[in-house]
Design a protein. Structure first.
Length: 318
């Protein structure tokens, strides 16, 4: 019985230490979550402003070019029917915006984590991506994978999937300068024809307890609102000219969308880690509580046995 009590005490001490570690990890993840959540919210405002600026610039430029040919706008169709190359001699701009006539290969930039202990964060990303790849394989589509995060990269390579680029070690609070290589490589591969369209796949942070897997079209850029009849707002001062500004702003917008996805995914990862560690700490408390009850019962049984032996000895002396 003494050995049993000792084992229970050791188990309780061990689980309590584990609980202290998971609680510390929960607190660390909470701090990281607060930082990335704030950055994510601020970056969303910035990204929306860049999108609005690009939309105004392109709308105004289209109107200016059309106005030189005709004052009738009703004959022109929707955004998808516009041949941007007829309005802009901007090479890169056209490549980033105009869909290619034939989609020979599709790129997927998949964002996962570099470590475990983050709940279902990594497994959900991999599960959803494997479903997408299965559908693509059934349709004989060529798939190129850009894996951000070692968990996804290692898994996809074990499955013999075509990983054309991998990057690991994104910091817990990423900065644009840090992920510049990812962003520039993704855009460069698209411009060089490695793939004809690019989707960014990641876990979107909704709140601390909720996240949602997202697949967003990044290239060619379609997330802009072109208004054929819009002119530049009066509060815009363009120097030196719209074409020159677009050459800088549009590629920047494409890069900002990818960085925004990475920042959003990191926020979701920290939320998942915090929730997982909180659950682990609670489970440790529950196990310790059960073991303490068992320990108290063992002690009570030992005391009862000792009292019985004493009484038996006393009776034997009478």
């Amino acid at each position: 019985m003494a050995e049993s009590l000792l084992e229970l005490k050791k188990k309780i001490a061990s689980i309590q230490k584990t609980g202290q570690i998971t609680e510390a990890m929960r607190m660390v993840s909470g701090v990281k979550l607060n930082r990335t959540e704030k950055l994510d919210q601020e970056y969303t405002i910035y990204n929306d402003k860049v999108r609005a600026t690009v939309s105004h610039l392109m709308s105004s430029q289209i109107v200016n070019q059309l106005g030189k040919e005709t004052n009738e706008y009703s004959e022109f169709g929707s955004q998808s029917n516009i041949d941007y190359s007829s309005f802009f001699d901007l090479g890169t701009l056209v490549s980033l915006v105009q869909p290619r006539k034939e989609i020979k290969s599709t790129g997927y930039l998949v964002i996962s984590g570099d470590r475990g202990l983050v709940g279902s964060y990594n497994s959900q990303v991999i599960k959803n991506m494997m479903s997408i790849f299965k559908d693509a394989d059934a349709q004989n589509k060529d798939v190129k994978i850009l894996a951000v995060g070692s968990v996804a990269a290692q898994f996809f390579k074990k499955q013999n999937l075509n990983v054309v680029y991998e990057y690991s070690g994104v910091s817990d609070v990423p900065t644009y300068n840090e992920v510049r290589d990812i962003v520039q490589t993704a855009v460069k591969m698209y411009l060089n024809g490695v793939y004809d369209e690019l989707f960014v796949c990641y876990t979107h942070h909704v709140n601390t307890l909720t996240s949602a897997f997202r697949v967003e079209s990044m290239l060619p850029i379609s997330d802009i609102d072109i208004n054929h009849k819009e002119t530049m707002p009066k509060d815009y001062i363009i120097e030196p000219d719209i074409d020159s500004v677009l050459k800088t702003v549009l590629p920047q917008f494409a890069k900002s969308m990818i960085f925004g996805a990475i920042l959003d995914a990191k926020t979701a990862e920290h939320a998942s880690s915090m929730t997982a560690m909180q659950s682990a700490s609670q489970n440790a408390d529950d196990v310790v509580s059960g073991l303490k009850t068992k320990l108290n019962r063992a002690r009570q049984a030992q005391i009862t046995t000792e009292i019985t032996e004493i009484i038996g000895g006393a009776n034997a002396l009478e």
